[in-house]
Every structure is written in structure tokens, then in C-alpha cells.
Write a protein that binds this ligand. Structure first.
Ligand SMILES: C[S@@+](CC[C@H](N)C(=O)[O-])C[C@H]1O[C@@H](n2cnc3c(N)ncnc32)[C@H](O)[C@@H]1O
Length: 353
């Protein structure tokens, strides 16, 4: 990194993030150094326990029914990390929803060989049901991701200025220059383009922590061993670097690509909707069983001061009947404001020159 900055001058924060997280040898994710969960650097919904995957599995099965119980329903996951979410979903579907299990193919999009190896190990018992690829192929079904978007490189822009990464002797420092009006989150927008081009019919379900106001770039989060580090220049390649997702620009771009917003709400309302839809039938018993552990998991996922409000769920639809009833997760949804008009006003007021 130092060599590039010395040779070419200050670089965008997006470039720095790409190197720190995804450099083939030294990147935090690509090297396989990242560990999630109690013994790792941070928790995610998935690492709390299997309940998250079970609830999402119920939502996916409702989507399968809504698409007419098609034979070749593909569930695509991106950012599958160690394969835990896929295992939670497949265990639950196999046990409780045999018809859906028979129609389902699980496809993981994984660019990093070391993570693919871990996933193959975790999913050994589902050999034949799961396939891997480096890029998306045309599919009908669902594209799912949890905390993928917040790990995508972003530029740091505020009040018409961009923060770049430079060197002061050997130390990384920020310098500022005038912002050139290009997108601050181009990789996320390219990602939407790619899914929109490959999804034939179905839904995109993206769960992440983000904002729908102008403060999405309020702070860079740098996490290692469950502690927040002061600066992205501490422990490079050993720590996670994330930024709140800017939901509005993603929605705006998705709509321009022919995708329809099926809902944007917080995780609390989304998971409560799923639970209430299925609690009266057999599935309800499978979720909460009698275990205290499952109840603790539920509290962590739902509580507004734990993960319930920090995380949001964006669901986009393509070629699905607009008059179809809302998905279970949006039954009680507190719809978050993603209107483009307010977004344009917000951008004019802050980040444009
Ligand atoms: C914050 S972790 C979340 C992991 C997991 N979804 C969870 O919730 O525990 C982000 C994951 O996204 C992966 N990732 C980043 N960019 C990716 C891409 N373009 N395609 C697939 N995975 C990607 C990283 O390797 C990492 O495993």
C-alpha cells in the first residue's frame, strides 16, 4: 500500500478498504483471518445461533409458495463466510419443509478459495444440494446477504470534500481534496446491477446496518476481538472495517434497474412478522422449541437495543405480481423512508458542492 501511495499519490478510502479487507494475501477476509462469533472479532446475526437462519428459511419458503412452488428454486447467498447460515437454513428446511427442500438448490457466490474450503466442510452433509460459483448466473428464487454491503469499499465524502489516504513519512494519514461527484459507494451499486441482470424472477433480501438519512458516513467502524479500534490504520489486515449502508442510494439505483421495493424495515419488525405468521402452525414449535437458548437468541435478534433496530432489511422484487400480499416479514413493517425526493434534498444540503 505504501509503495502505491508513494508512486501514485493519495488514494481513496475505497482503495484502502479494498486492500485492507480483500488483498489476496494480506486482506482481513481474503486471507481467512477473519473470525466471527464469541471467540472472534465481532458477532453477526448468524453467529448468535441457528434461529436467525430458521426464521429466514420460513420466509424463503413463503417466497417459494408465492412463486408457484417452482421446481428449480435457487437460493443464492453472497458473503456466506464459513457456511453457517446455509447450514442453519438447510437443516431447518430438510427437517420441516420437505417439499421445499426437494425444489431447492443453494448457490454460494464465493470469490475467496480459503472461505470456500471452510464452507464445503461445514456443508459436507448437503453435498449435491449446494453449489459454488465466483459470479452470479441467471436464476429464479432469492438472493440473500447478511452484512455483505457494509463490507463493500466506500469513499469518504462530506460537505463536498473527500478524505484520501496519504503517507506522513511511514504513517498512514488522511488528507482532503474536492470531491469529483462520482458515487461514494460504486461497488454496492455495481452489485445491484449484477443481481438485477441475473435475477429472472423473485426477491433480493439484504440485511445490514445502515441509515436512510444523511449520516450514513458518520463513522468508520473498525473492530477486532470485540473492541472498537480508534482508526482504520490500526491493525491493518487484522481488523474489520465497515461503514453504515446508505440505503437510499441503493434503493434509488435498484429502482432505476427495474427492481421494486417490496419493503424496507428494521430487523425487529421483520422477524416479528415472520414469527407471527408461522407461530400458529407446526413451524412455530420448530422455531422456539422449549429451549432457553432459542429464547435468548430471539431476544438478541429482536431487542431494539441489541440487534433489532441497528439492522434493517431491504427486500427488492423482480417480475413478481405487484398485487401479491406482502411477505410475512413486512406484515407489521414500520416502513422506513427511502423516497428519492428527500434523498435529493439531503444530498444537496450536505455532500454536493
Ligand atoms: C461481515 S462478514 C458477514 C458474514 C456472514 N454473512 C455473517 O453474517 O456472519 C462479510 C462477508 O462478506 C464477504 N464478501 C465481501 N465481498 C464479497 C463479494 N463480493 N462476494 C462474496 N462475498 C463477499 C467477506 O468475505 C465476508 O465473509
Amino acid at each position: 500500500m505504501r509503495q502505491t501511495i508513494r508512486a501514485q499519490g493519495p488514494q481513496s478510502f475505497a482503495w484502502f478498504m479494498q486492500q485492507a479487507l480483500y488483498h489476496p494475501e494480506h486482506g482481513y477476509y481474503s486471507s481467512g483471518r477473519c473470525q466471527i462469533g464469541r471467540k472472534g472479532d465481532y458477532f453477526t446475526n448468524v453467529s448468535i445461533g441457528p434461529l436467525f437462519g430458521q426464521l429466514l428459511a420460513a420466509q424463503f419458503s413463503e417466497i417459494w409458495v408465492c412463486l408457484g412452488k417452482i421446481n428449480d428454486f435457487v437460493l443464492v447467498e453472497q458473503g456466506a463466510h464459513d457456511g453457517q447460515f446455509a447450514r442453519d437454513v438447510l437443516d431447518f428446511v430438510k427437517e420441516n419443509l420437505p417439499d421445499f427442500f426437494a425444489a431447492l438448490r443453494y448457490r454460494i457466490i464465493e470469490p475467496f478459495p480459503t472461505l470456500e474450503r471452510r464452507q464445503r466442510q461445514a456443508l459436507e452433509s448437503f453435498r449435491g444440494k449446494v453449489e459454488w460459483g465466483e459470479s452470479l448466473q441467471p436464476f429464479t428464487g432469492v438472493h440473500f446477504s447478511n452484512e455483505l454491503l457494509d463490507a463493500m469499499p466506500v469513499r469518504l465524502i462530506h460537505r463536498g470534500m473527500e478524505k484520501l489516504v496519504a503517507l506522513d513519512k511511514d504513517k498512514f494519514v488522511f488528507v482532503e481534496r474536492l470531491y469529483d461527484e462520482e458515487s461514494h459507494n460504486q461497488p454496492a451499486l455495481d452489485w445491484i446491477d449484477e443481481i438485477a441482470a441475473n435475477l429472472q424472477r423473485g426477491y433480493i433480501v439484504a440485511i445490514d446496518y445502515g441509515r436512510t438519512d444523511k449520516d450514513f458516513q458518520r463513522s468508520i467502524q473498525v473492530r477486532a476481538r470485540h473492541r472498537n479500534l480508534q482508526s482504520p490504520f490500526d491493525s491493518i489486515g487484522e481488523a474489520d472495517i465497515t461503514m453504515s449502508v446508505d440505503w437510499k442510494s441503493i434503493v434509488q439505483h435498484a429502482q432505476a434497474n427495474g427492481l421494486r421495493v417490496a419493503g424496507l424495515t428494521d430487523q425487529h419488525h421483520f422477524l416479528t412478522g415472520i414469527l407471527s405468521q408461522f407461530e400458529s402452525g407446526d413451524l412455530g414449535q420448530s422455531f422456539l422449541t422449549d429451549s432457553r437458548k432459542a429464547k435468548r437468541e430471539l431476544q438478541t435478534l429482536l431487542h431494539p437495543e441489541m440487534l433489532g433496530r441497528a439492522f434493517q432489511v431491504l427486500t427488492l422484487a423482480k417480475n413478481v405480481d405487484v398485487n401479491a400480499p406482502p411477505l410475512a416479514g413486512f406484515k407489521f413493517a414500520r416502513q422506513l423512508d427511502y423516497s428519492v425526493a428527500s434523498y435529493e434534498r439531503m444530498k444537496r444540503g450536505t455532500s454536493s458542492t
